[in-house]
Design a binder for this molecule. Structure first.
Ligand SMILES: [Zn+2]
Length: 414
């Protein structure tokens, strides 16, 4: 990650603090914690369609024996030796999977459980904020125990949950089924989007856990594991940037609607109350001092606000839109439905722009190709994963019936 423009944008927007870049620990600010919370809430709300979602968090210290029963091979975690032989050794925030499964069993919960606490990993070399970190936060991890045989259908439901969640953040995605992680999952889905420059990158993973894990966890049925991290917000920052700074999708923005008007402007209070279901902020500005109004608006825009309404010095009301940035005349005090329609228009424009970028880079650059099962298995085409749902296409190698795959000459990407 040489280009850390996205990080500067997040710093300028007040989501994370500057400095520490490369240390692998991103210091979040209050406003960024709110954005991360809304990111998780959006996901949890979508996941609610699959089953009643429980939320939990696990302690910082976990028993090393319980961790290593499930993950015997990982060396990149932090361990803490007990001061006395008779006491257990610990691992520091190493994983949520075994703890979530334990929680589900103890609480006899029929549905998914979500934990969001961070994970600690030893880091070689320097990190990249939110991409490659020593303290990965938030680390959103969902686990769901389902009867044997129901896993594939439930995994398909989570594919849709993830795609809808990321679309709400203006991030278009493709889902790939891959064998590259077969030791981990019987079926592995990777939710893939692209960087601003078009290179594909993995946004989320969803697995039907492989038998050795199920055995170690004492699970007799199927086990679904879904995970993503704060990297999602780095991708949002890469894609949704205009000359005013970060334009957050309305689902995430701390302030959805900024209002710039002189103190006590007639009708203002009544209007603000009518927008109660939206996150609004009114900034009072002297109507005849354009510079102050402008500065107040710039502040709102830089911190990610998608939409502003302002009373201009000539007495007219204007709406300030983004993606792209422009002003338009508006009737004073538009009703809440009109304002909501403005916000969905903005969200749609952002998603469309990012989707165009994904199509140009991934699909038109020939990374998506038809491949048949035989050629994929024999490695005659450097397949990274099969696109799900299945899209029939002729094999580029042998012309037999096959389906669309994502190919990667350079092998695995992250
Ligand atoms: Zn073929």
């Amino acid at each position: 990650m040489r280009d850390i423009l996205y990080h500067r944008v997040l710093v300028d927007a007040g989501l994370v603090a500057g400095g520490g870049s490369g240390s692998g620990i991103t210091p979040w600010r209050g406003s960024g914690l709110g954005v991360a919370r809304r990111m998780v809430d959006t996901f949890v709300e979508e996941a609610g369609r699959v089953g009643p979602v429980a939320r939990t968090e696990h302690p910082f210290l976990n028993r090393r024996d319980a961790y290593e029963r499930v993950f015997p091979h990982y060396a990149n975690i932090y361990r803490l030796r007990a001061p006395e032989e008779s006491q257990p050794d610990w691992v520091l925030r190493a994983d949520n999977l075994h703890l979530n499964v334990e929680w589900l069993r103890q609480n006899r919960h029929q549905g998914p459980v979500v934990a969001t606490g961070g994970l600690l990993r030893q880091l070689r070399g320097s990190g990249s904020p939110l991409f490659r970190e020593r303290y990965i936060w938030p680390a959103v991890q969902l686990n769901h125990l389902v009867p044997a045989g129901e896993g594939p259908a439930v995994l398909e439901s989570y594919r849709q949950v993830l795609e809808r969640t990321f679309e709400a953040f203006g991030l278009p995605v493709l889902t790939l089924a891959t064998d590259a992680l077969s030791s981990y999952g019987d079926v592995c889905h990777l939710t893939v989007t692209c960087l601003r420059d078009g290179r594909p990158t993995v946004l989320a993973t969803a697995y039907l856990m492989a038998a050795p894990y199920r055995r170690a966890l004492g699970v007799s049925g199927d086990l679904v594991d879904v995970g993503f991290t704060g990297k999602v917000l780095a991708l949002v920052s890469m894609h949704h940037l205009d000359r005013g700074g970060l334009g957050l999708p309305s689902a995430l923005a701390p302030v959805q609607v900024g209002v710039l008007a002189p103190q006590g402007a007639p009708g203002l209070d009544t209007w603000s109350r009518s927008l109660a279901g939206l996150r609004t902020r009114t900034v009072t500005v002297a109507g005849d001092v354009p510079f102050r109004r402008h500065r107040a608006e710039r502040g709102l825009v830089r911190t990610g606000t998608p939409l502003t309404y302002g009373l201009w010095p000539d007495g007219t009301w204007r709406v300030g839109r983004r993606a792209p940035s422009r002003y338009a005349p508006t009737t004073p005090f538009p009703d809440a439905d009109t304002v909501r329609a403005e916000l969905s228009g903005y969200d749609r424009r952002q998603l469309d722009a990012a989707r165009t970028r994904l199509r140009h880079s991934v699909e038109r650059d020939g990374l998506v190709r038809g491949v048949c099962d035989g050629c994929a298995a024999a490695g005659r085409v450097p397949v990274f994963g099969r696109i799900v749902p299945h899209r029939p296409a002729r094999c580029v190698h042998c012309a037999a019936p096959g389906s669309d795959h994502l190919v990667s000459e350079k092998g695995r990407f992250y």
